[in-house]
Design a protein around this ligand. Structure first.
Ligand SMILES: Nc1nc2c(ncn2[C@@H]2O[C@H](COP(=O)(O)OP(=O)(O)O)[C@@H](O)[C@H]2O)c(=O)[nH]1
Ligand SMILES: Nc1ncnc2c1ncn2[C@@H]1O[C@H](COP(=O)(O)OP(=O)(O)O)[C@@H](O)[C@H]1O
Length: 208
């Protein structure tokens, strides 16, 4: 009997800064076996507590430019004047192994991934804050940025939210446990998509 297997999914999360994407992504990685995080390259300085190679690959502007020019990035974009991009090679390896890959990218990255050769396997989720006031509160509570940076992130948040209609799913991150459960459910449903299965025709032919 032929086996049914499936191609790996590109599970893309975007949100305005402070809506809880990093928190939710970390939970999903722990709670959903078989999901691997795409670690982005960035020219942003490392924050306290971040680990090079785990949170990001922290690179110089020259290093980033060389990666982009050499085709080593699957997508890349500028956010807050800093550069962010997805290294291509690990993603291609994981997908070929049938693993699902989680991407924490902005709307520009999500758009490029949807438009790429891998676009058919993209499932995208936009995480919204319950309100703009709550987003402001979370950004301040996180206490990672100077006050003027918080103001800049709030302005950028409105831009990011405007792209929410481009996504397959929208999760309002009010209660963290409920949002994490919704993300697990979306991933589980995406894994069962018929269009993602390979070997289905041969399997069905064997049945007849
Ligand atoms: N296009 C793209 N965006 C990225 C990538 N990595 C991170 N980002 C986005 O860049 C923005 C800023 O990220 P970061 O500096 O970590 O701050 P955050 O707002 O606290 O998550 C977020 O919207 C991320 O989703 C990437 O590889 N490509
Ligand atoms: N559902 C939630 N309720 C309350 N606080 C939250 C929730 N989700 C995330 N947070 C908090 O909001 C802040 C921003 O979350 P973070 O994951 O860093 O956001 P992002 O990656 O989208 O910038 C953090 O302090 C985080 O603990």
């Amino acid at each position: 009997m032929s086996a049914i297997s499936r191609r790996g999914a590109l599970f893309v999360l975007s949100s305005p800064s402070g809506a809880g994407k990093t928190t939710l992504a970390r939970r999903l990685l722990v709670e959903s076996p078989g999901l691997t995080l795409s670690v982005s390259a960035t020219t942003r300085p490392k924050r306290e507590g971040e680990v090079d190679g785990a949170d990001y690959h922290f690179v110089t502007p020259e290093g980033f430019a060389a990666m982009a020019a050499g085709g080593a990035l699957l997508e890349h974009a500028e956010v807050f004047g800093l550069r962010y991009g997805t290294p291509r090679a690990p993603v291609e390896t994981w997908l070929a192994e049938g693993r699902d890959v989680l991407f924490d990218v902005d709307w520009q990255g999500a758009r490029q991934l949807r438009g790429s050769a891998l676009g058919a396997d993209v499932a995208s989720v936009f995480i919204l804050p319950p309100s703009i006031a709550e987003l402001d509160r979370r950004l301040r509570a996180r206490n990672l940025d100077a006050p003027e940076t918080v103001a800049r992130r709030m302005a950028k948040a409105r831009d990011e939210i405007a792209h929410c209609p481009e996504y397959d799913y929208v999760v309002v991150n009010d209660d963290l446990d409920a949002s994490a459960a919704t993300l697990r459910a979306i991933l589980a449903a995406e894994r069962a998509r018929r269009a993602r299965l390979t070997g289905l025709d041969a399997f069905l032919a064997d049945l007849t």
